[in-house]
Design a protein around this ligand. Structure first.
Ligand SMILES: Cc1ncc(COP(=O)(O)O)c(C=O)c1O
Length: 377
């Protein structure tokens, strides 16, 4: 085994936290002194700031991205008996959110070049009960807003965006979360905008949708001790909002660094295509916020994906797989009735994809080292 003197982590959060640590500590201290830990002042401020940055009117902080999907869909009127189109190639929480809202996910295969939902296949999957499409802006790249808006208009569907991996991503002049009726974000620590624990937000320009999520996240109570529906306890902690509020102004700069790193990878890996090392295509230029930088190791490569992962690990390069098992083959979702072979592109991706180190602050030398090692394959 080769032991490399260099170690390149998959993600390094210390780089973004160290320079602003004093400000974060001050923000935490302010909340502690004020004592408004639940639905406090800073939460309301951060909700407004994140919504404005994303180009919509309202933000409602919830406990996780999964809850933002589940409660958000409910607030958009999605309920039991409704079908929702969802990409087969996503993190399981997208599917879980639909089920928690009481609806049925109808899975749709993806475009192998971008790994995003294939809208031609989505059109074929529509049933008489289909009420909404839930596009996932996977890896930090938005599904084409124009194509989505056309699709939703033709088929009379609601668009609800899963933007958990795409804070402030842009495409065709739209920001992630501003295309549909509403959108869900996650503030899981390693997300482009991450809390120091779990967190999420529903954003929308529809006042009724925002108000309904405010009620649903607070035990179904529009006012204290008066419960109009069965809700949940799912509020974004004021402490987490205070941390996120400090981080938000840095997000455009961090996204830019991710995009630059993505471009360096793209350029350096161009020649790898002949050897079966394929990049996931960026169709949104600077608007891609590269939550993850993902390549495919296809059948033309002399090594399997797992062998490439091992090869890189021996050279100090940490990688990930997002995600190794497609949603339709997860044991917990057997009752949806799908089988191996139903979504060939999603299944192919699960076998071939590899996520390379990506975080704001990764240096061009580090990326060059990763590219160099891949060129040896
Ligand atoms: C695409 C996608 N959707 C939904 C979620 C769920 O977010 P959370 O982990 O905050 O519940 C995540 C992140 O984990 C995600 O990546």
């Amino acid at each position: 085994m080769i032991v490399s003197s260099k170690t390149i982590p998959f993600v390094d959060l210390t780089l973004q936290h160290q320079p602003i640590q004093a400000d974060i500590e001050q923000a935490i201290s302010t909340v502690v002194q004020r004592g408004d830990f639940i639905l406090g002042k800073t939460l309301k401020e951060f909700e407004a700031e994140f919504a404005q940055a994303s180009g919509v009117k309202y933000g409602v902080g919830v406990a996780s991205g999964t809850d933002a999907i589940a409660l958000g869909l409910q607030a958009c009127g999605i309920t039991q008996g409704d079908d929702v189109l969802v990409p087969a190639n996503t993190f399981i929480a997208t599917v879980m959110g639909v089920i928690q809202a009481g609806a049925t996910p109808i899975l749709v295969d993806c475009d192998p070049h971008t790994a995003l939902i294939d809208l031609n296949l989505a059109a074929k999957a529509i049933t008489p009960k289909t009420k909404a499409i839930l596009p996932v802006h996977l890896y930090g790249q938005m599904v084409s807003p124009r194509a989505l808006l056309d699709f939703a208009q033709v088929h009379d569907l609601i668009i609800f965006e899963d933007a958990a991996q795409a804070h402030l991503a842009q495409r065709e002049g739209y920001k992630a979360g501003s295309v549909g009726m509403a959108a869900a974000f996650s503030f899981y620590p390693s997300k482009n905008l991450g809390a120091f624990g779990n967190g999420g937000m529903l954003i929308t320009s529809d006042e009724d949708v925002a108000q309904r999520v405010r009620t649903l996240r607070n035990y179904g109570a529009p006012k204290k001790y008066y419960h109009t529906e069965v809700g949940k306890n799912s509020r974004l902690d004021t402490l987490q909002a205070a941390i996120l509020q400090v981080k938000l102004p840095y997000l455009p700069q961090w996204n830019q660094l991710r995009n630059q790193a993505g471009q360096i990878y793209d350029q350096g890996l161009k020649s790898g295509e002949d050897k079966g090392i394929i990049t996931i295509k960026n169709l949104s230029q600077e608007g891609h916020v590269y939550h993850l930088y993902v390549i495919r190791i296809n059948k033309d490569c002399s090594m399997s994906r797992d062998q490439v992962q091992q090869f890189l690990a021996e050279r100090g390069i940490q990688t990930g797989i997002h995600y190794p098992i497609p949603c339709h083959l997860q044991p917990a979702y057997k009752s949806l009735g799908y089988q191996l072979g139903d979504f060939p592109q999603a299944e192919m991706l699960c076998e071939q994809i590899l996520s390379l180190p990506m975080y704001p602050g990764i240096t061009s030398d580090q990326i060059a080292w990763v590219i160099e090692q891949l060129s040896l394959i």
